[in-house]
Design a protein around this ligand. Structure first.
Ligand code: ATP
Ligand code: MG
Length: 758
């Protein structure tokens, strides 16, 4: 009985202990944020092992992230005073299923050494299949199909299970056919995608009695954290495994269901008592994490949702400060304020590890990263790349680097075929070979190859067009601001079109990141200045043991806690997100509100919400409206402060005292002097001709690149060429040769591709 609890459980409160000690039969722990659900689950795991109710290998315990699994493993070890050997079935749904599937792969037509393909591979495969099916891939993009297939898998549907509606969702009724063909193709490759890990295991448990019984017998206890975010396939898989013994304990909070966009169904937690009749329901109401103010503010906010069970939360923690809502002028000021606040906390002795900035969208991290680097504040980005390391940002920067510094081979290599231009590995190999032989930059080598027969005509034309673009952009860089130049390049290179063709949520995020990049560039006069700034930012990577501030999305912060939490960008269209507003449904707005609840309840001591009065998008200022969630916070627990005057709406605030936000747009750019970034100087110093006008004239002339002609080959020499065979040199211009080949007639080739035959 709970009253005779061992001492090591004394720290837990009564209902927590009850959840720990009720080991037999179904248990549902349904409770609000910070009430010790995860703590109770961890103790329960330790208890089972300690009391030898089961071996570690006989317990199935599902966490939401790998990190949470590691932490739990650690804590259990601490609790029972011993490192726990082997808890093979403690992990995320995916990691557990991957392990199981290795053992039974043959039951779904795979070998045990199957590969798990990533999104890139998946898209490439689907693209081929879409072409083979003679579908218009612009109209029916691979990403759309990938998204549909994922959602079907999340729902536990095999191709044969699709409804007519599902089937109609792609290419006028070809959904099922494409899905089936894709599954067949994966099988032939001995591969599966992420969604298959669960779906295959579900299929196996459903169709193979013996395997099912083996696992039902093995797992004496099943436990799941964050149960409110399980999707259908996970739910079905769990139900099968737990059906026999019914020793299943799930914990969750319906108010924290924030992954419906990934197929999570909050209904799973609500129907647990139906699935497992007689389930013991444990409610935890005491919050151990947050001050009364934070708790009351979060509770007041979430009360605005209609679709919830509703629950009471209380805390014995001493009163703290009210939630702070800070109104600032614009995003840079937002980052500056947060930076100042953190520095102040640091001076007061607060550990940086206990400070987090939680954003709604990935792109929001950029302003903070820039600022923190400037003031030398260590930070880490969790669950995503640092802003300037994201693929689309690196792509855009690579274009700009080639413009600023044509000898930047790494940059050129990154984008010569991005977006896809049909230039393959062979073209790159040829460019490299020539570049090395001649000591030329890759771009210059490409330009020369474009004027020779070394490459097939199609590749030559493509390269010539690309190099022509670069020359034009280089010229344009004289008259355009860096941000304007970037807009031009992204449009003319086809990069924008590539993102647009791809209708996934992910690609929308990428487009947002590029808008954010343009915003960052507005602050720089020349391209060189901006690129220098970026290289400094990128250099700040030094991994160290020093304490760091954490920057991450609200989604990724689920289950975590920090003393000090900053929540920037609480404006309509940022949070709640524009997408949720466009969708317009109550459900999507309520999910945003749950996200706000998750975000606020991460805070232990202080929570600061920020909103800016103005945001700049492509050089255009727009006024923003504070998030409706701010208004919904109970007034008595909030302390509002603006850096603008009066109690008026921020946008109406005293214009005369503020810098005119349109000034940037309206004013003509100051004449820029001829000075450029270091790239140009280096290029000029190495004698590489870069003056736009001249280069343009010389597009077709290799001589302008100062390549040295070979001294060992002259007119009349007999030479050998890999592709064209033997021939005689009939003309020589710089390092370009015209050769009369014995088999293929007169060709223009480049001297680094021939050897003297005599
Ligand atoms: P979330 O819903 O955010 O996942 P949770 O319900 O899982 O929250 P925990 O993370 O387990 O809550 O606990 C919140 C904090 O309260 C932790 O710091 C934990 O150590 C502490 N805590 C949990 N139970 C107790 C207790 N009985 N006494 C004191 N502190 C506790
Ligand atoms: Mg938790």
């Amino acid at each position: 009985a709970p009253t005779q609890a061992p001492e090591w459980l004394a720290r837990l409160n009564e209902p927590q202990r009850e959840a720990v000690l009720t080991t037999e039969g179904p248990v549902l722990m349904l409770a609000g944020a910070g009430t010790g659900k995860t703590a109770a689950l961890t103790h329960r795991l330790a208890h089972l092992i300690r009391e030898r109710l089961a071996w570690p290998s006989e317990i199935l315990c599902v966490t939401f992230t790998n990190k949470a699994a590691r932490e739990m493993r650690h804590r259990v070890g601490d609790l029972i005073g011993d490192a726990v050997e082997g808890m093979p079935w403690l992990g995320t749904f995916h990691s557990i299923c991957a392990k199981m599937l290795r053992r039974h792969a043959e039951l779904v037509g795979l070998q045990s050494n199957y590969t798990i393909i990533d999104t890139d591979d998946q898209l490439r495969l689907l693209k081929t299949m879409i072409r083979e099916a003679n579908l218009d891939e612009k109209r029916w993009p691979p990403r759309q199909l990938a998204g549909l297939i994922d959602s079907w898998k999340n729902r536990g549907l095999l191709p044969g299970d699709l409804t007519a509606v599902d089937n109609e969702a792609y290419a006028n009724g070809k959904g099922q056919q494409m899905y089936a063909a894709y599954q067949e193709r994966l099988k032939a490759l001995n591969a599966c995608d992420f969604g298959d890990l669960l779906l295959h295991m579900l299929t196996i448990l459903k169709t193979d009695r013996e395997v099912l019984q083996q696992y039902q017998r093995r797992f004496k206890y099943v436990m799941v954290d964050e149960y409110q975010d399980t999707n259908a396939v996970q739910y079905l898989w769990l139900r099968l495994l737990a059906q026999e013994r019914k020793n299943i304990c799930v914990v969750g909070d319906d108010d924290q269901s924030i992954y419906s966009w990934r197929g999570a169904e909050v209904a799973n937690i609500l129907r647990f008592e139906k699935d497992f009749p007689g389930a013991k329901v444990v409610r935890l109401e005491q919050n151990y994490r947050s001050t009364p103010q934070i708790l009351a503010a979060a509770s007041g906010l979430i009360a605005g949702n209609s679709q919830r069970l509703g629950k009471t939360l209380w805390t014995e923690l001493p009163a703290g400060q009210k939630l702070r809502v800070l109104g600032v002028w614009d995003a840079p000021e937002e980052a500056r304020r947060v930076g100042e606040e953190i520095e102040r906390l640091e001076r007061e002795g607060a550990p940086l590890e206990q400070v987090a900035i939680l954003v709604r969208a990935q792109y929001q991290t950029r302003e903070f990263e820039d600022r923190f680097i400037q003031i030398g504040l260590n930070y880490r980005i969790i669950g995503g790349f640092r802003f300037y390391e994201r693929a689309e940002i690196r792509d855009a920067l690579a274009y700009l680097r080639v413009i600023a510094q044509p000898a930047d081979d790494l940059a050129f290599e990154r984008i010569y075929n991005q977006p896809k231009r049909g230039l393959g590995a062979k073209a790159l190999e040829n460019m490299y070979r020539h570049a090395r032989a001649q000591g030329l930059p890759l771009a210059a080598a490409a330009l020369e190859l474009a004027d020779s027969d070394e490459l097939p005509a199609r590749a030559r034309n493509t390269i010539a067009a690309l190099m022509g673009d670069f020359l034009r952009w280089r010229e344009a860089s004289d008259s355009l601001s860096p941000a304007e130049l970037m807009r031009l390049v992204l449009e003319e290179s086809g990069y924008d079109a590539m993102l647009k063709a791809d209708r996934s949520a992910e690609s929308a995020g990428r487009a947002d990141n590029l808008v954010e990049l343009a915003r960052a560039m507005e602050d720089y006069e020349t391209l060189g200045d901006f690129l220098e700034h970026v290289s400094l930012v990128m250099d700040n990577d030094a991994a160290s043991d020093e304490e760091k501030v954490t920057i991450m999305t609200m989604h990724a912060a689920k289950g975590l806690e920090f003393d000090n939490v900053f929540l920037p960008g609480w404006e309509e269209g940022v949070f709640p997100s524009q997408r949720s507003l466009d969708e317009g449904g109550l459900a999507s707005l309520e999910e945003e509100r749950r996200l706000a609840y998750v975000a606020i309840t991460r805070a232990r001591r202080r929570c600061t919400i920020l909103h800016a009065a103005n945001r700049r998008i492509y050089g255009q200022w727009t006024s923003s409206i504070p998030s409706r969630f701010i208004e919904e916070l109970p007034e008595e627990h909030v302390e509002a402060e603006t850096t603008l005057s009066g109690g008026k709406s921020l946008w109406q605030a005293n214009w005369s005292e503020q810098e005119d936000p349109f000034a940037h747009v309206a004013s003509t750019r100051p004449e820029r002097s001829g000075t450029r970034g270091p790239g140009w100087q280096r290029a000029l110093a190495t004698g590489y001709e870069t003056k736009p006008a001249r280069v343009k004239e010389n597009t077709r002339s290799a001589a302008s690149f100062a390549a040295k002609p070979r001294s060992d080959i002259a007119i009349g020499a007999r030479v050998f060429h890999e592709k064209f065979g033997y021939g005689e040199v009939v003309a020589q211009e710089g390092n370009k040769l015209e050769i009369s080949f014995e088999k293929s007639g007169i060709k223009k080739v480049i001297d680094s591709f021939v050897t003297a035959a005599d």
